[in-house]
Design a protein around this ligand. Structure first.
Ligand code: BDR
Ligand code: CA
Length: 314
């Protein structure tokens, strides 16, 4: 089993990413840590606890930093709803938050692990940035950081910047400069990881409560993200399962097409702050620090999610 830690900000697609990761036998999820992003730090923590309680997974959930390293927190209530889990009314969590912080939990888990641990990050990179600055020696314990964030082409928060990187560019900059192998599931691939109306209905009809939760989430996500779709309206667009891609990559990287590139983060541009500058054409001799994910086999990806949800039969 591959040991992983998931740092997330649930968040609609984060919640689905958790459903996928926690159903998967090949992953040994050591703990969940939460970042501030899609909603306030209290809400993303509470949402992680609620999702885990609902799907019946008893795992350590540790709260991370309350705000980005330098910037004020920007949230995405317009997309993910007031609660951060729009479209669903999950029961109060039965699981309690860990009594240690995200950083304490990650440091302890990494130090105790015989194997290197992979970090899957699906929110702003604040916790990971702080971890790498406060515990630089811990790098050797990290196998890889597979993250949802950034884009080679075009942003979703600003014309140049994707939301997770935009929220905490300083943290992202630390991560991309760390020397740790990085897999970047940016908008280039995640905008192709769509789920269409019929598939959402089939998800609802799987016959268990997790399928209904995922479908409720996706219906809400469709309603809030439709105005942002790049489509010209001539073909169907479904919600983009951004964060699910990062987990899916760790389960089966053969679903994806990647290219190794140098990636740096713009922390100060007037129009480009928070963008990832991908040297796609290799025009610099900067080190190729990132496996940039560009495409996926959408059908197999959706099948993977269906199989995951089916495992939650009550
Ligand atoms: C990313 O931003 C968040 O709103 C989503 O959860 C995802 O992690 C997409 O840009
Ligand atoms: Ca997220």
């Amino acid at each position: 089993k591959k040991p992983v830690i998931i740092d997330c900000d649930p968040g609609l697609d984060d919640a689905i990413a958790l459903v996928l990761a926690l159903s998967e036998e090949s992953l040994d999820v050591k703990c969940i840590t939460t970042s501030a992003g899609n909603q306030t730090p209290e809400k993303t923590l509470n949402n992680a606890l609620k999702v885990l309680s609902f799907i019946g997974k008893d795992l350590e959930v540790a709260q991370g930093a309350g705000k980005p390293i330098l910037k004020d927190l920007v949230i995405a209530g317009d997309i993910h709803g007031e609660s951060g889990l729009g479209g669903t009314e999950l029961p109060e969590a039965t699981l309690k938050k860990s009594n240690r912080s995200a950083i304490e939990a990650i440091v302890d888990i990494l130090n105790k692990s015989d194997e290197k641990v992979t970090i899957i990050a699906t929110g702003p990179l604040t916790n990971i940035g702080i971890l790498l600055v406060s515990h630089p020696e811990i790098k050797d314990k990290i196998e890889r950081i597979t993250l949802m964030g950034g884009a080679c082409f075009g942003g979703n928060k600003t014309p140049a910047a994707e939301f997770n990187i935009y929220v905490d560019p300083e943290a992202a900059n630390i991560v991309f400069n760390s020397g740790i192998p990085i897999v970047m599931c940016g908008l280039d691939v995640t905008s192709k990881a769509q789920m269409f109306k019929k598939e959402i209905n089939d998800m609802r009809n799987i016959g268990n409560k997790v399928g209904v939760m995922v479908a409720d989430i996706l219906d809400f996500y469709s309603s809030t993200t439709t105005p942002h779709f790049l489509s010209d309206g001539t073909k169907e667009e479904g919600p983009h399962l951004h964060d699910v891609c990062a987990v899916a990559y760790e389960i089966d990287p053969t679903l994806f097409i990647t290219k190794k590139c140098n990636v740096v983060v713009e922390t100060s541009g007037e129009y480009t702050k928070g963008s990832t500058v991908v040297d796609y054409n290799g025009v610099t001799d900067r080190v190729k620090n990132t496996e940039v994910v560009f495409d996926l086999d959408r059908k197999r990806f959706i099948d993977m999610l269906f199989n995951a949800v089916k495992k939650y039969n009550e």
